[in-house]
Design a protein around this ligand. Structure first.
Ligand code: 13P
Length: 248
């Protein structure tokens, strides 16, 4: 069965609530496409107004992070139940910026992945190597470690719903995209890893995105690769260009 493509924008720490609504309205007609899943992953404070603004469109809303605890004394954190209640369908987990700047490790991420599934929110689980790791030739070792740790205890049925985003750290926000061949090689490696951990049917079902300086100019070539099922787009998701990526 063919996997449905998924193009998600990761707005990162951009757009105030009023700017967010303006952007949604600007993009509304540009991202119309019934053949792909279109997702805006937005800052927590933008979730409620963006959910409202996308009503009646093909766009779904995602969060950029969440905490794994149910509720309680965790000042500044947001729970899966809060996201779910607000209308969130996806949550980005393990983005390299969170792993790096906020010291999120695989033990924590595994708890977050479990909690997201429990709440009925689909994780977009990010993985990816640094330039140093790529040059050392340990890219796939590193990514397999991330995937295996983050998915510890997750069932095959859950993984079939999961989205994995391969984002080489050296390609994020740098304008330096991985070649379509490099991206395909790793996405295939991730699918092989899932087949090893679960089975072929699970590996065939899981959707794998590429992320890292993806834009209107390179999206078509990347998306033509057999193991690349979509994109996680940073910079280019904040402008009209995002419509071109969706329609690529
Ligand atoms: P850029 O598209 O800005 O390189 O960001 C990619 C990314 O980190 C998406 O999560």
């Amino acid at each position: 069965m063919a996997r449905r493509r998924i193009i998600a924008g990761n707005w990162k720490m951009n757009k105030t609530p009023s700017e967010a609504v303006a952007l949604v309205n600007e993009l509304k007609d540009l991202v119309k496409n019934d053949e792909v899943d279109v997702v805006y992953c937005v800052p927590a404070i933008d979730i409620v107004p963006v959910v409202e603004a996308v009503k009646g469109t093909n766009v779904q809303v995602g969060a950029e992070n969440m905490y794994f605890q149910e509720s309680g004394a965790y000042t500044g954190e947001i729970s899966a139940a809060m996201l779910k209640d607000a209308g969130v369908k996806y949550v980005i987990l393990g983005h390299s910026e969170r792993r790096d700047y906020f010291k999120e490790d695989d033990v924590l991420l595994n708890k977050k992945v479990k909690k997201a599934f429990e709440a009925g929110i689909t994780p977009i689980l990010c993985c990816g190597e640094s330039l140093e790791q790529r040059e050392l030739g340990v890219t796939m070792d590193w990514i397999r470690l991330q995937i295996k740790s983050d998915l510890d205890g997750i069932t095959a049925e859950q993984v079939k719903e999961l989205v994995i985003a391969y984002e080489p750290i050296w390609a994020i926000g740098t304008g330096k995209t991985a070649t379509a061949e490099q991206a395909q090689e790793v996405c295939k490696g991730i699918r092989d890893c899932i087949a090893e951990m679960y089975d072929e049917a699970t590996a065939e079902a899981v959707r794998i995105q590429y992320g890292g300086s993806m834009n209107a100019g390179n999206a078509k070539e990347l998306l033509a690769k057999p193991d690349i099922d979509g994109g996680l787009i940073g910079g280019a998701s904040l402008k009209a260009e995002f419509g071109d990526v969706v329609n690529a």
